[in-house]
Design a binder for this molecule. Structure first.
Ligand code: MN
Length: 330
């Protein structure tokens, strides 16, 4: 969903109401008593996400939030669906620009088509990864085209570090990702490494991103002590320590932990995100990740002027103009 999830203002996050709190009731069917030890472990800090509207499509945005801007270099997490794509309810996000970030698009169900200014045209299906590094500038579009049916997925952004963010854009599609099992969890490694299982996808900073398909039972995920981590539940509910995570909330864990024990009462799906704490202070606005408003203003002006920096994408969906930044308004 570099598509429905992108042309949005992710800048200075204003005070917005969180999504309604969900009760911290015990998981139905979750073992207790004798099994309690297997759920013992570090306590997560729970961050409430918010709902955002992207081209008429509601998404759960759990990053960035006021209290938590990044997890490693992960700087943006939108969770879309499950929703029904039909002729009257398509995903049709027209050409829009990015700088300074990599988009990570991962579908649990459905299909969409990615096109970018590098000339890439790639059908993305569930279980496959699209990774687009923007560098100095790139343009892409995402559309459901003739797909009909359920769409469920995430769009994640990874902030690029100084040594790659001014460089050329790149796009890669990965259909063959490593899978590892940890108890009741089957982990597909999207980016980085998890317990020796290494994704073929490019990373610019030390990080991990894994999709967890969870059966009922327990799992102990191995963590790197020098990483901070986040757990994002996409379906069902997952218990960590005394917390129950459901879609719309982020569980955050700082550095210094070797493992994360999970309990699942029924089937669930989640993302594990982690990385070395990102040192640079990011300035994020619209589809841009930079270090200053001057950089943002320059990128916006280039996009509005149709500068070569962003190239072009040929598609029927309409090019998306940049909004006015709040700091130039009035
Ligand atoms: Mn995008």
């Amino acid at each position: 969903m570099s598509g429905p999830v992108l042309p949005v203002d992710v800048a200075p996050v204003p005070a917005e109401p969180p999504v309604p709190s969900l009760p911290l009731s015990p998981l139905s069917g979750a073992p207790s008593g004798a099994d309690r030890d297997s759920a013992a472990g570090p306590e997560l800090a729970v961050v409430e996400g918010r709902t955002a509207d992207v081209g008429g499509i509601p998404v759960r945005r759990v990053l960035p939030r006021r209290v938590r801007r990044t997890i490693g270099a992960w700087c943006f997490v939108d969770h879309l669906g499950p929703m029904t794509i039909s002729a009257s309810n398509p995903v049709a996000v027209g050409p829009h620009p990015h700088i300074g970030l990599a988009t990570v698009t991962w579908l649990l169900s459905g299909r969409q088509v990615h096109r970018d200014s590098l000339g890439s045209e790639q059908v993305l299906r569930s279980g496959e990864l699209n990774l687009m590094s923007a560098g100095h500038g790139v343009t892409h579009a995402e559309e459901s085209e003739d797909y009909r049916g359920e769409l469920h997925g995430v769009q994640l952004w990874v902030a690029q570090p100084e040594h790659t963010r001014h460089g050329p854009p790149a796009f890669a599609h990965h259909a063959d990702l490593p899978v590892a099992r940890f108890g009741a969890a089957e982990a597909t490694v999207l980016l980085g490494e998890l317990d020796g299982n290494v994704s073929p996808a490019r990373t610019d900073t030390p990080l991990v991103g894994a999709d967890l398909a969870l059966r009922a039972g327990g799992a102990v995920l191995p963590l790197r002590r020098d990483f901070e981590h986040g757990l994002v539940v996409l379906a069902g509910s997952v218990q960590v320590g005394t917390q129950v995570l459901r879609p719309g909330r982020l569980g955050y864990l700082g550095v210094g932990h070797d493992e994360l024990p999970l309990r699942v009462g029924e089937g669930a799906r989640a993302l594990l995100l982690g990385g070395e704490p990102f040192a640079d202070r990011l300035v994020m606005w619209w589809n841009f990740v930079a270090r200053s408003r001057v950089e943002i203003d320059a990128a916006r002006a280039d996009w509005q002027a149709g500068a070569d920096r962003f190239g072009t994408v040929t598609t029927t969906a309409q090019r998306i103009p940049a909004p006015e930044p709040p700091w130039t308004a009035g």
